[in-house]
Write a protein that binds this ligand. Structure first.
Ligand code: SF4
Length: 384
């Protein structure tokens, strides 16, 4: 398939790995921001195929993982109301709140539904005017335009029974937070290609310049990521710190201006709490005042709440690249996809779920290396 097979080509992958081995002279710590990229790295065993001097750590780019515990608790409270139909993406239903999750609300008789798009939520609102339809809209800059469109369209139609519990995050302030942390280990970033498809990569130039850190916009297939890693290592080995774009087939410098304009009409930048990490200034989007009638926090009066994270979950350290999921004492013991203690074990993009799903014994890694000598880059198999 065009734009897919060539990015899973074993010969290209092998050449990139060989090039890395020749180029690298010292240890480097690199972080991919997006959880989708984390899963590709683990699924194809890239973290184990690159030279041992290159350490890959995993960033806070999984939206389900960083949605604050308070937001889940608010969603659970709202979904428990008898007049409400709450709609969200599938992963969100299993994310543990302080005492429960949305699946339990549904099991107890709550009207909680799964959707693949906010526009489907609008359809439900139109079809059921006697119900208060609440869309739990989470995500980074990638999903923000579609969620903005749903609110904008609801306002245009005067759809009085639709509102959104919004929890949107912005990538550049999170990178800034990581770089300003005294504990930071990351020396180069793979920026998320889908976010940059919307936002472009101009906004990363300031970060790269101020912190003298290379940033490469990367795609999601194994050859994409190997090429992005090669570009980062080339910069680091030569003492350069620039923004480069590996994902040229999707990302332009300015991004998608109409999508950005719609986001700006509906949302405004705000401080945002990231699960486990805490509040990062100016790192979120919230609905503008003129859309207050569609803001579920205001409609249901659930603005100010606080919640305690479970002490056992070290996801904050994992999402800042300070620990790996396997460093967590609960990993695969008390915390599994069936019994998750933290959101990174729930989400299809979570780092802990990726390690749980794709970690391989040493023998199997050797088999992957042999298999990758010909044909399409082998797909990872589930171990569990
Ligand atoms: S393995 Fe579970 S408890 Fe440990 S950091 Fe990951 S989500 Fe949290």
């Amino acid at each position: 398939m065009k734009y897919l097979d060539e990015y899973r080509d074993a010969r290209l992958a092998r050449a990139l790995i060989a090039g890395l081995a020749k180029r690298v002279t010292r240890s480097w710590v690199l972080m991919e921001i997006c959880g989708g990229q984390t899963h590709t790295l683990m699924r194809y065993g890239i973290d184990e195929l690159v030279p041992p001097q290159i350490e890959l750590v995993h960033g806070p780019g999984c939206p389900v993982c960083v949605t604050a515990l308070e937001t889940i608790d608010k969603a659970i409270h709202i979904a428990s109301l008898p007049t409400v139909t709450l709609v969200s993406y599938g992963d969100m239903l299993r994310v543990p709140g302080s005492h429960s999750d949305l699946f339990h609300v549904r099991a107890a008789g709550g009207d909680v539904r799964i959707t693949y798009s906010p526009m489907e939520a609008l359809k439900v609102a139109r079809a059921k005017p006697d119900r208060k339809l609440v869309f739990l809209g989470i995500g980074f800059e990638t999903t923000a335009p579609a969620n903005a469109m749903a609110v904008w369209q609801a306002a245009r139609e005067g759809l009085g029974n639709f509102s959104m519990l919004a929890s949107h995050f912005l990538v550049p302030p999170a990178i800034r937070m990581l770089l300003e942390s005294p504990k930071n280990r990351v020396q180069g970033f793979i920026a998320p290609g889908h976010v940059c498809t919307v936002m472009g990569y101009r906004q990363y130039e300031e970060l790269s310049r101020i912190y003298h850190v290379p940033i490469v916009v990367g795609g999601f297939e194994p050859v994409d990521l190997l090429e992005a890693i090669s570009m980062l290592v080339a910069q680091l080995e030569h003492g350069r710190a620039q923004v480069e774009n590996q994902y040229v087939r999707s990302v332009g410098y300015e991004g998608n201006r109409p999508a950005q304009e719609l986001m700006e009409k509906v949302f405004e930048v705000c401080d945002r709490k990231w699960r486990g990490i805490g509040v990062i200034p100016q790192s979120g989007l919230r609905l503008r005042g003129e859309f207050a009638a569609y803001d579920a926090e205001k409609v249901f009066g659930v603005g100010d709440t606080s919640a305690e994270e479970p002490a056992e979950c070290i996801s904050a350290l994992v999402l800042q690249g300070l620990k790996k999921p396997v460093d967590c004492p609960a990993f695969a013991v008390r915390c599994t996809p069936e019994t998750p203690l933290g959101a990174p074990m729930v989400s299809g993009e979570g780092a802990c779920a990726a390690y749980y799903q794709y970690r391989r014994p040493a023998q199997e890694v050797r088999e992957v290396r042999v298999a990758s000598k010909s044909g399409t880059f082998p797909e990872g198999e589930q171990d569990h």
